[in-house]
Design a protein around this ligand. Structure first.
Ligand code: GRF
Length: 218
């Protein structure tokens, strides 16, 4: 059996997506293991989830660094020291620039609570409600230097109900996030994502998995 990919998860908050990745990677046949959870905020509950799972944690407070470059240089060095292959952003509230991304080219995934390219940036569910869309959802994408602009790996849609407020819609989306992110990481770690410009195809993925990527709720 080939060795599992070594994944780092970057977090800033609650870490429910981190939990989904930890739970998935607890299965011995999952092709990635989470070797490090790093946060820019020492108070992130996600750190507690990592400790509970016995995964190493690291806090690098961005405010302690003189510049974004210095923060990113140190973050990349910490990941390289742990021989990290893949990076998952899971509610990580810092933009990553070229200093970091050049050291992990096409190796960084993010999950966003909207059907990109609609509603990038903060408050995806709030933006979706304000716009009056009937379908909302989530997107896993490769990270580039823009805000939520990288090539799309997987998406899942949910209906917007008439009575929804932001909390209700965000919760419905989050259920799908927790299914979609482990699925995308699995394909990523197996080296099955083929990137052709903006288009990402899952090479050799079984038909069922392809359908699940488009709508893991069915
Ligand atoms: C999720 O909605 C994710 O899509 C966004 O930030 C939120 C993080 O939630 N990037 P959690 O910390 O994983 O619970």
């Amino acid at each position: 059996m080939s060795p599992r990919a070594r994944a780092a998860v970057l977090v800033s908050g609650n870490g429910s997506n981190l939990q989904a990745l930890l739970d998935a990677s607890a299965a011995p046949d999952f092709p990635a293991e989470v070797v490090l959870v790093a946060s820019n905020l020492p108070t992130a509950f996600a750190l507690e989830r990592a400790r509970q799972a016995g995964v190493e944690t690291l806090v690098l407070e961005h405010r302690a660094f003189a510049s974004r470059d210095e923060f990113e240089t140190r973050l990349a060095a910490e990941l390289e020291a742990r021989r990290v292959d893949l990076v998952c952003l899971a509610g990580f509230m810092r933009l990553l620039g070229p200093t970091f991304l050049r050291r992990f080219p096409r190796k960084v995934l993010n999950i966003h609570p909207a059907l990109l390219p609609a509603f990038p940036g903060l408050h995806g569910p709030r933006q979706a409600l304000a716009h009056g869309v009937k379908l909302a959802g989530c997107t896993v994408h490769l990270v580039d230097e823009g805000t939520d602009t990288g090539p799309i790996v997987a998406q899942a849609a949910v209906p917007v109900e008439d009575g929804d407020d932001e909390t209700a819609l965000a919760a419905r989306i989050l259920v799908q996030e927790h299914k979609l992110y482990p699925l995308a990481l699995r394909l990523f770690a197996e080296g099955r994502l083929q990137v052709d410009g903006r288009r990402v195809r899952a090479r050799g993925a079984a038909v069922a998995e392809g359908l699940a990527l488009r709508n893991p709720g069915v």
